[in-house]
Design a protein around this ligand. Structure first.
Ligand SMILES: *[C@@H]1O[C@H](CO)[C@@H](O)[C@H](O)[C@H]1NC(C)=O
Length: 165
Protein backbone atom coordinates (compact mmCIF):
# COMPACT_ATOMS: atom_id res chain seq x y z
CA UNK A 1 0.00 0.00 0.00
CA UNK A 2 2.70 2.45 1.02
CA UNK A 3 4.99 1.40 -1.77
CA UNK A 4 2.37 2.06 -4.43
CA UNK A 5 1.45 5.40 -2.92
CA UNK A 6 5.08 6.54 -3.03
CA UNK A 7 5.68 5.13 -6.50
CA UNK A 8 2.68 6.98 -7.89
CA UNK A 9 3.97 10.21 -6.39
CA UNK A 10 7.37 10.04 -8.11
CA UNK A 11 6.29 11.17 -11.58
CA UNK A 12 4.47 14.11 -10.02
CA UNK A 13 7.62 15.12 -8.14
CA UNK A 14 9.68 14.93 -11.32
CA UNK A 15 7.21 17.23 -13.08
CA UNK A 16 7.28 19.67 -10.19
CA UNK A 17 11.08 20.06 -10.37
CA UNK A 18 11.98 23.60 -11.44
CA UNK A 19 12.68 24.00 -15.14
CA UNK A 20 16.12 25.58 -15.43
CA UNK A 21 16.36 27.43 -18.70
CA UNK A 22 19.77 26.94 -20.24
CA UNK A 23 21.39 30.34 -20.78
CA UNK A 24 22.42 31.05 -24.37
CA UNK A 25 26.22 30.49 -24.48
CA UNK A 26 26.45 33.29 -27.07
CA UNK A 27 25.36 35.85 -24.44
CA UNK A 28 27.97 37.05 -21.94
CA UNK A 29 27.34 35.75 -18.42
CA UNK A 30 28.47 39.10 -17.01
CA UNK A 31 30.58 42.20 -17.46
CA UNK A 32 33.13 43.53 -15.00
CA UNK A 33 34.28 47.10 -14.52
CA UNK A 34 37.37 47.56 -12.35
CA UNK A 35 40.04 50.19 -11.70
CA UNK A 36 37.48 52.93 -12.21
CA UNK A 37 39.01 56.39 -11.87
CA UNK A 38 37.18 59.58 -12.72
CA UNK A 39 38.76 63.00 -12.44
CA UNK A 40 35.97 65.55 -12.73
CA UNK A 41 38.42 68.39 -13.19
CA UNK A 42 37.50 71.89 -14.15
CA UNK A 43 38.44 74.21 -16.96
CA UNK A 44 41.89 72.63 -16.69
CA UNK A 45 40.61 69.27 -17.84
CA UNK A 46 38.94 66.03 -16.84
CA UNK A 47 39.49 62.33 -17.32
CA UNK A 48 37.97 58.90 -16.99
CA UNK A 49 39.56 55.45 -17.04
CA UNK A 50 38.32 51.98 -16.30
CA UNK A 51 39.03 48.37 -17.10
CA UNK A 52 36.30 46.36 -18.82
CA UNK A 53 36.04 42.60 -19.18
CA UNK A 54 33.36 40.37 -20.66
CA UNK A 55 32.75 36.81 -19.44
CA UNK A 56 31.23 33.88 -21.33
CA UNK A 57 30.28 30.38 -20.23
CA UNK A 58 32.10 28.74 -23.15
CA UNK A 59 34.99 30.82 -24.49
CA UNK A 60 35.81 28.25 -27.19
CA UNK A 61 32.92 29.50 -29.36
CA UNK A 62 33.57 33.22 -28.72
CA UNK A 63 35.77 35.78 -30.47
CA UNK A 64 35.94 38.88 -28.32
CA UNK A 65 39.02 41.00 -27.57
CA UNK A 66 37.20 42.33 -24.49
CA UNK A 67 37.05 38.87 -22.92
CA UNK A 68 40.75 39.22 -22.13
CA UNK A 69 40.06 42.62 -20.55
CA UNK A 70 40.60 46.03 -22.04
CA UNK A 71 41.03 49.63 -20.99
CA UNK A 72 38.40 52.27 -21.65
CA UNK A 73 38.80 55.96 -21.17
CA UNK A 74 37.96 59.50 -22.08
CA UNK A 75 39.72 62.78 -21.57
CA UNK A 76 39.11 66.41 -22.23
CA UNK A 77 40.90 69.70 -21.86
CA UNK A 78 37.67 71.08 -20.41
CA UNK A 79 35.31 69.95 -17.65
CA UNK A 80 33.11 68.10 -20.15
CA UNK A 81 34.13 64.67 -21.40
CA UNK A 82 33.24 63.58 -24.94
CA UNK A 83 29.90 61.76 -25.15
CA UNK A 84 31.12 58.82 -27.25
CA UNK A 85 34.35 57.01 -26.50
CA UNK A 86 36.23 54.01 -27.83
CA UNK A 87 37.84 51.39 -25.68
CA UNK A 88 41.26 50.01 -26.54
CA UNK A 89 39.79 47.12 -28.50
CA UNK A 90 38.54 49.68 -31.02
CA UNK A 91 35.21 51.11 -32.00
CA UNK A 92 34.11 48.01 -33.88
CA UNK A 93 34.21 45.94 -30.72
CA UNK A 94 33.62 48.15 -27.72
CA UNK A 95 32.74 51.74 -27.02
CA UNK A 96 30.78 53.63 -24.45
CA UNK A 97 28.57 56.67 -24.26
CA UNK A 98 28.50 58.96 -21.28
CA UNK A 99 24.83 59.51 -20.43
CA UNK A 100 25.62 61.66 -17.44
CA UNK A 101 29.06 62.60 -16.23
CA UNK A 102 27.68 63.81 -12.88
CA UNK A 103 25.88 60.57 -12.01
CA UNK A 104 28.48 58.12 -13.48
CA UNK A 105 25.87 56.93 -15.95
CA UNK A 106 27.12 55.03 -19.02
CA UNK A 107 25.96 52.97 -21.95
CA UNK A 108 28.33 50.23 -23.08
CA UNK A 109 28.08 49.11 -26.70
CA UNK A 110 29.76 45.76 -27.11
CA UNK A 111 30.14 43.58 -30.22
CA UNK A 112 31.55 40.05 -30.34
CA UNK A 113 31.33 36.88 -32.40
CA UNK A 114 29.76 33.59 -31.36
CA UNK A 115 30.17 30.59 -33.64
CA UNK A 116 31.21 33.08 -36.33
CA UNK A 117 28.02 35.18 -36.04
CA UNK A 118 28.11 38.78 -34.92
CA UNK A 119 26.37 39.71 -31.66
CA UNK A 120 25.81 43.02 -29.95
CA UNK A 121 24.65 44.31 -26.61
CA UNK A 122 23.83 47.81 -25.40
CA UNK A 123 24.03 47.93 -21.63
CA UNK A 124 23.07 50.78 -19.36
CA UNK A 125 25.22 50.87 -16.24
CA UNK A 126 25.48 53.44 -13.48
CA UNK A 127 28.81 52.93 -11.72
CA UNK A 128 27.95 52.44 -8.06
CA UNK A 129 29.66 53.31 -4.77
CA UNK A 130 31.76 56.09 -6.28
CA UNK A 131 33.77 57.98 -3.67
CA UNK A 132 35.55 61.22 -4.43
CA UNK A 133 38.31 62.95 -2.54
CA UNK A 134 40.21 66.15 -3.07
CA UNK A 135 43.96 66.40 -2.98
CA UNK A 136 44.61 69.49 -0.85
CA UNK A 137 47.91 70.37 -2.50
CA UNK A 138 46.86 70.16 -6.14
CA UNK A 139 43.23 70.99 -5.50
CA UNK A 140 42.15 68.23 -7.89
CA UNK A 141 39.37 65.79 -7.12
CA UNK A 142 39.68 62.10 -7.95
CA UNK A 143 36.85 59.59 -7.78
CA UNK A 144 37.11 55.82 -7.56
CA UNK A 145 34.70 52.88 -7.43
CA UNK A 146 35.02 49.24 -6.39
CA UNK A 147 35.07 46.40 -8.92
CA UNK A 148 31.53 45.69 -10.10
CA UNK A 149 29.81 42.96 -12.10
CA UNK A 150 26.60 43.42 -14.03
CA UNK A 151 24.54 41.64 -16.64
CA UNK A 152 24.57 42.53 -20.33
CA UNK A 153 21.39 44.08 -21.73
CA UNK A 154 19.78 43.80 -25.16
CA UNK A 155 22.18 41.06 -26.28
CA UNK A 156 21.19 39.93 -29.78
CA UNK A 157 22.58 38.47 -32.95
CA UNK A 158 22.86 41.34 -35.41
CA UNK A 159 23.80 39.46 -38.55
CA UNK A 160 23.24 35.86 -39.52
CA UNK A 161 24.38 35.43 -43.11
CA UNK A 162 27.70 33.70 -43.90
CA UNK A 163 29.03 36.95 -45.38
CA UNK A 164 28.57 38.94 -42.18
CA UNK A 165 31.48 41.20 -41.28
C1 LIG B 1 31.87 24.57 -25.80
O1 LIG B 1 31.48 24.61 -27.15
C2 LIG B 1 32.03 23.58 -27.93
C3 LIG B 1 31.63 23.83 -29.38
O2 LIG B 1 30.22 23.92 -29.52
C4 LIG B 1 31.52 22.24 -27.41
O3 LIG B 1 32.10 21.19 -28.15
C5 LIG B 1 31.92 22.10 -25.93
O4 LIG B 1 31.36 20.93 -25.42
C6 LIG B 1 31.42 23.29 -25.14
N1 LIG B 1 31.91 23.22 -23.78
C7 LIG B 1 31.11 23.36 -22.74
C8 LIG B 1 31.77 23.31 -21.41
O5 LIG B 1 29.89 23.53 -22.85
Amino acid sequence: MHFFAVASLLPALALAAPVVRQADPCVPTSYTISNYVYTPGSSSGSGLDFHFQSHFSNSSIIEDPASAGTDCGASSSTATLPGENECKTGRNNLYFDIRSQQTYDYELIHTWKCNGKTWMSTTHHVVSSVTCSMDDESGTTACAAPTQDFAPENAREICSTPTCP
